[in-house]
Design a protein around this ligand. Structure first.
Ligand SMILES: Nc1nc2c([nH]c(=O)n2[C@H]2C[C@H](O)[C@@H](COP(=O)(O)OP(=O)(O)OP(=O)(O)O)O2)c(=O)[nH]1
Ligand SMILES: [Mg+2]
Length: 139
């Protein structure tokens, strides 16, 4: 039996021309820069999941949470095959002066703001694929 598809929610947290990224500590995408996010829990809306994951991982409070796009990928070559539906949301800081904290240091090396025109490398693969396809969360 194949495992059920998994639903991830990731958040483009936008501040001026920058987005918040953290270098992952994970068997999936170790050392790559990714958005805050995690898995949808039973009964949650995408907006609730986005706000909860950003709070759990960075301590930040967000507002104006909107859906932007969705990806659907099957990683069949992986040791544990994974079918991932990733829902991408966009949001802004409720308080522009609030600073990100690394609340889950076992999952992330730290959060920082990066100019959209000068993103760090390597990006987490789903993010890199979106960028290569010309996606922008600012449009
Ligand atoms: N965090 C994050 N997840 C992403 C991004 N792009 C993308 O496809 N995803 C997908 C891959 C992951 O399987 C899924 C969940 O994110 P995650 O790996 O951070 O999960 P997590 O441990 O924080 O989740 P949880 O089990 O604590 O709820 O979302 C991204 O840029 N950032
Ligand atoms: Mg996460």
């Amino acid at each position: 039996m194949s495992p059920a598809p998994v639903i991830g929610v990731a958040v483009f947290l936008i501040k001026g021309n920058s987005i918040l990224l953290g270098r992952r500590r994970s068997s999936v995408g170790e050392n790559t820069y990714a958005l805050p996010g995690g898995h949808l829990e039973f009964g949650e809306s995408f907006e609730e999941c986005a706000a909860r994951e950003v709070k759990e991982e960075t301590g930040l409070d967000i507002k104006d949470i909107q859906f932007v796009t969705v990806t659907n990928d099957v990683f069949s070559e992986a040791a544990k095959p994974l079918h991932l539906v990733a829902v991408f949301m966009r949001a802004s800081l409720a308080d522009p002066d609030q600073l990100p904290e690394n609340i889950e240091p076992e999952k992330c090396y730290g959060w920082d703001w990066y100019d959209w025109k000068n993103l760090p490398q390597p990006l987490f693969r789903p993010l890199e694929t979106m960028m290569k396809n010309g996606f922008s969360p600012f449009d």
